[in-house]
Structure formats: structure tokens, C-alpha cells
Design a protein around this ligand. Structure first.
Ligand code: SF4
Length: 155
């Protein structure tokens, strides 16, 4: 079983009520090989919600208490992001997920790159909060950009 970001499967769960459907993910869902998860909804956030970014580091720093997740208007939503990460970890374990495919650049789901906390569209290297927690628990995380290579290697 593969766990995937809900927004990549076409569910309108992004902060602005949109999705970011990915055709390869849709095929995995359609063939019963994947299930969906949205860490931010699991953390208790609503649709729509204010955009948020990590300030002071990346998801690993958030888990270690050195950085926080804040909305554009300055509300500290760190606890909700951390809660969503732990709920996602629980679901990944329950599903026995072989790999988790998470949406690139998100403060929860980003892997390798996230926004820099200035809300200016600037990306920096780092992981989202959920990606960091899954990685710490030895669960493999890929972005949707890495999925085609993974599927080709598996075929
Ligand atoms: Fe939910 Fe992750 Fe998609 Fe954001 S990027 S809407 S947290 S699944």
C-alpha cells in the first residue's frame, strides 16, 4: 500500500479549497494501490485556511522546538501541524505503507524543498513537518516529482 497526499489524488483539501491532481497518483488510487491522507486536516485545520509557512528552520527544527509554523497573519499553528504529522505517522503504520508520496513544497508535506517563511514565494532546502516525522521513523517519503522514477524501478 502507498499512502498519498489527498490533494494529489484530486481532493479539494488545500488551504484555498483546491486540489493539485497528479495523473500517476490518480492511477494508483483507481487501481486500489494507494490511500489518501491530509496531515493538515488530521491536525484539525479547516478548508479554507490561511496559508502557513515554517519560520526558523524546517520540519525537523519544528519537531525539535527550534522553529514554528505560522500563518500569513502571524498566528502560531505549530501544534496543529505537529498533531497532523503524528496522526499521519499512525495512519502510515496502520496501513503498513511501503512509501508515502507527499506534495512538494508544503509546510507539512514538502520533501527537500519548502517555502522560507517570508510568504514571498521563495523556496529553500528543507522538509515539511510530516515528512520530517515520517523520515525519523524510517518511513520512506517521496514527492510526486519522484514518483515516476520509483514506479519505473518497481516495475
Ligand atoms: Fe493536505 Fe499535504 Fe495536500 Fe497540504 S499538501 S493539502 S497538508 S495533503
Amino acid at each position: 500500500m502507498i499512502l498519498v497526499s489527498s490533494c494529489l489524488a484530486g481532493l479539494k483539501v488545500r488551504y484555498n479549497g483546491t486540489d493539485c491532481l497528479d495523473d500517476a497518483i490518480a492511477e494508483l488510487i483507481g487501481s486500489g494501490q494507494a490511500a489518501t491522507v491530509c496531515p493538515e486536516l488530521l491536525g484539525g485545520l479547516a478548508i479554507p485556511r490561511e496559508p502557513a509557512e515554517i519560520q526558523g528552520g524546517d520540519g525537523h527544527d519544528v519537531l525539535d522546538g527550534r522553529a514554528k509554523v505560522v500563518t500569513r497573519s502571524g498566528e502560531d499553528v505549530t501544534a496543529l501541524y505537529v498533531k497532523g504529522a503524528y496522526e499521519t505517522l499512525r495512519q502510515a503504520r496502520e496501513a503498513g505503507a511501503e512509501v508515502v508520496v507527499l506534495k512538494a513544497n508544503s509546510p507539512s508535506c514538502g520533501s527537500g524543498m519548502i517555502y522560507d517563511g517570508t510568504f514571498a514565494g521563495v523556496r529553500v532546502s528543507g522538509d515539511g513537518v510530516t515528512t520530517a516525522l515520517l523520515a525519523r521513523n524510517e518511513i520512506r517519503v517521496l514527492s510526486e516529482e519522484e514518483l515516476p522514477g520509483f514506479l519505473a524501478g518497481r516495475a
